[in-house]
Write a protein that binds this ligand. Structure first.
Ligand SMILES: Nc1ncnc2c1ncn2[C@@H]1O[C@H](COP(=O)(O)OP(=O)(O)OP(=O)(O)O)[C@@H](O)[C@H]1O
Ligand SMILES: [Mg+2]
Length: 209
């Protein structure tokens, strides 16, 4: 595969969507073909699943059901959008991916990181990002950036603290594939740090091609 797969992770309100917009527009200016997508979602079936898992009507859903629905959405998304885009040579920018499942369902809901990761790897036939950008923020600050909350955002602060710790631990395990940034920094500064790292990673990939 000749494309490049970038994922943004981090808690609610950390600035993922904001930074994805910046990165996509900077890379497009350089003439690269960009596919921007999000999880859960990205295909009609996966967006349907998104509606179910994030709805406050699904309060009390068994964590296993939740994990399976996220994995089901991801398999459709990867098979029909992400993998084909990478095969065409696009840069794919995805809002959340496998690490979100590991952090939310594996750690915060207590299903076990390894089991949730294995489920996702099965669902995606082993597709992992080339680079994951973690926007790190105290959950209290992230949640304060919003008034209305979906089902995940309504979880107690302690739940979001476990999610934050999980992202940091994942990044520590494979530092060459992660960029962890303080999400309290100035928006433009974060954007330029991300762009610098991505441009370097693309050049590095090019040199091995
Ligand atoms: N670096 C920053 N400093 C302060 N505020 C920011 C920063 N980046 C984004 N914001 C603001 O924080 C809010 C949340 O940003 P954004 O929607 O990009 O976060 P998100 O991580 O995509 O959230 P969600 O989890 O809901 O998708 C927005 O109002 C945005 O303008
Ligand atoms: Mg967002």
């Amino acid at each position: 595969m000749s494309g490049f797969f970038i994922v943004f992770e981090g808690g609610e309100g950390a600035g993922k969507s904001t930074q994805e917009r910046h990165l996509a527009s900077s890379l497009r200016e350089q003439g690269l073909e960009i596919v921007r997508t999000r999880e859960p979602g990205g295909t009609p079936a996966a967006e349907e699943i998104r509606r179910i898992v994030l709805s406050t009507d699904s309060a009390g859903m068994d964590p296993r059901t939740e994990a399976l629905l996220f994995a089901a959405a991801r398999s459709d998304h990867v098979a029909r959008i992400i993998r084909p885009a990478l095969e065409r040579g696009c840069v794919v920018i995805c809002d959340r991916y496998l690490d979100s499942s590991v952090a939310y369902q594996g750690h915060a809901r207590g299903l076990g990181a390894e089991r949730v990761r294995d489920l996702s790897l099965w669902a995606t036939q082993g597709l992992v990002p080339d680079l994951t950008i973690v926007l790190d923020l105290d959950p209290a600050d992230g949640l304060a950036r919003f008034a209305e909350r979906d089902r995940m955002e309504s979880e107690p602060l302690e739940y979001h603290r476990q999610v934050r710790a999980a992202f940091l631990a994942l990044a520590e395990q494979a530092p060459e594939r992660y960029l962890v940034l303080d999400a309290r920094d100035d928006e433009e500064r974060i954007a330029s740090t991300i762009l610098e790292r991505v441009v370097a990673a693309l050049a590095e990939q090019e040199s091995h091609a």
